[in-house]
Design a protein around this ligand. Structure first.
Ligand code: SF4
Length: 360
């Protein structure tokens, strides 16, 4: 493998990556930890908080997601949160050590309507609290990305989830191309990109590695790559998937670390089921961030205290906000697009039997 001057990660072949993935674990860990030290402070881990600003009722059919309206799950639906609710949640998260707030809305795509204007106010509010503001709102047009950037958004999350081939086995209402298009729109608007995937959905290791290769081929590469372990929720098409083995997770993190050395690898969903020792291995393999829970509004969030205990036991420090970039200064809102400028997203329209079965 020869390094590329602009994108040192882009020259890995699938075979090379598979060999790396299959190394004896201690060898893989040593290599990943070595790369991690070259690019990051190994004793710092960013605490990010996830806040669901609009929950449930989503028209999409993502096989892993309890927020899809078509599946029968116990999710409690919530309308879009107000500025005051978000400010309270953000201040609380900050008080518990979070330097980044990721606001998620269960939408297929952003619409040019009053709710989006409200989201822009939420972004301005959190930006004013000196936290990194991330949003995950579904598909995004260039104009919407520019409006978010002007409001002070720092990062846009849009996961690839899996390889292009396996994506079609999990989601039928959106195409992979649209994912990449949204990522490109966010990037062109000057936002940093957060994009990763989920393991444990029934995909092969090759699917996982192909997804990583796609992420590594983006130029520039995403600043943030969340690696999620599927949380199999009753009522979703993937409810019967077995939990992800901790060593599979560690391998995935280590390979991501080596393939995209500059990115922050985020240990995301599924962490609650990991032991402290398992999490420590993930940090050693190159995970540089964790997500704290999303129930910050109404519950004391005891997990946050357990996280601080783990940090203390491992001698880890939480990363400060904007350690890797400037805080965006809110600018002039370019405003909604004209009728002519509106973009319609495609619908791939293939069928996934297990999704259809769950719907019924
Ligand atoms: S688009 Fe998001 S909220 Fe909607 S079903 Fe998929 S993962 Fe869930």
């Amino acid at each position: 493998m020869t390094a590329h001057p602009h994108n040192p990660t882009s020259r890995w072949t699938l075979e090379e990556l598979q060999q790396l993935h299959d190394l004896p674990l201690m060898e893989l860990l040593f290599r990943a930890a070595t790369v991690h030290r070259q690019y990051h402070d190994p004793n710092e881990v960013q605490v990010s908080s996830l806040l669901s600003i609009k929950t449930g009722g989503c028209p999409e059919d993502c096989g892993y997601c309890p927020q899809a309206a078509r599946y029968h799950t116990d999710i409690e639906e919530n309308a879009l949160m107000t500025v005051e609710q978000v400010r309270t949640a953000a201040e609380r998260a900050k008080g518990l050590g979070s330097s980044r707030l990721c606001m998620g809305a269960a939408w297929r795509n952003v619409r040019d309507d009053d709710e989006f204007d409200q989201v822009l106010d939420l972004v301005r509010t959190v930006n004013g609290l000196d936290m990194e503001v991330c949003a995950t709102l579904g598909m995004l047009t260039p104009n919407q990305a520019e409006r978010l950037a002007a409001a002070g958004l720092y990062a846009y999350n849009h996961n690839l989830d899996s390889s292009e081939e396996y994506y079609k086995e999990v989601i039928s209402t959106r195409g992979y191309e649209d994912r990449l298009e949204t990522i490109g729109n966010a990037r062109r608007a000057g936002l940093t990109v957060c994009s990763g995937g989920i393991i444990g959905m029934g995909e092969t290791v090759v699917d996982r590695l192909k997804m990583l290769l796609t992420l590594a081929s983006l130029d520039p590469v995403p600043e943030s790559v969340p690696i999620n372990a599927l949380v199999a929720v009753e009522g979703t098409p993937l409810e019967e998937q077995k939990p992800v083995d901790i060593f599979e997770m560690v391998r995935m993190i280590a390979v991501t670390r080596i393939l995209i050395p500059s990115t922050t690898v985020r240990l995301s969903a599924g962490r609650k089921d990991m032991s402290p020792e398992g999490q420590a291995l993930c940090f050693f393999a190159g995970a540089g961030s964790i997500f704290a829970g999303d129930k910050l509004l109404t519950t004391p969030n005891p997990e946050a205290f357990a996280d601080m205990e783990l940090f203390s036991a491992l001698g880890l420090k939480p990363t400060q906000a904007y350690a890797k970039g400037e805080r965006p200064t809110p600018g002039n809102d370019p405003g909604r697009p004209t009728e002519k400028q509106r973009i319609k997203w495609s619908r791939p329209g293939h069928r996934i039997e297990r999704n259809e079965a769950k719907r019924k």
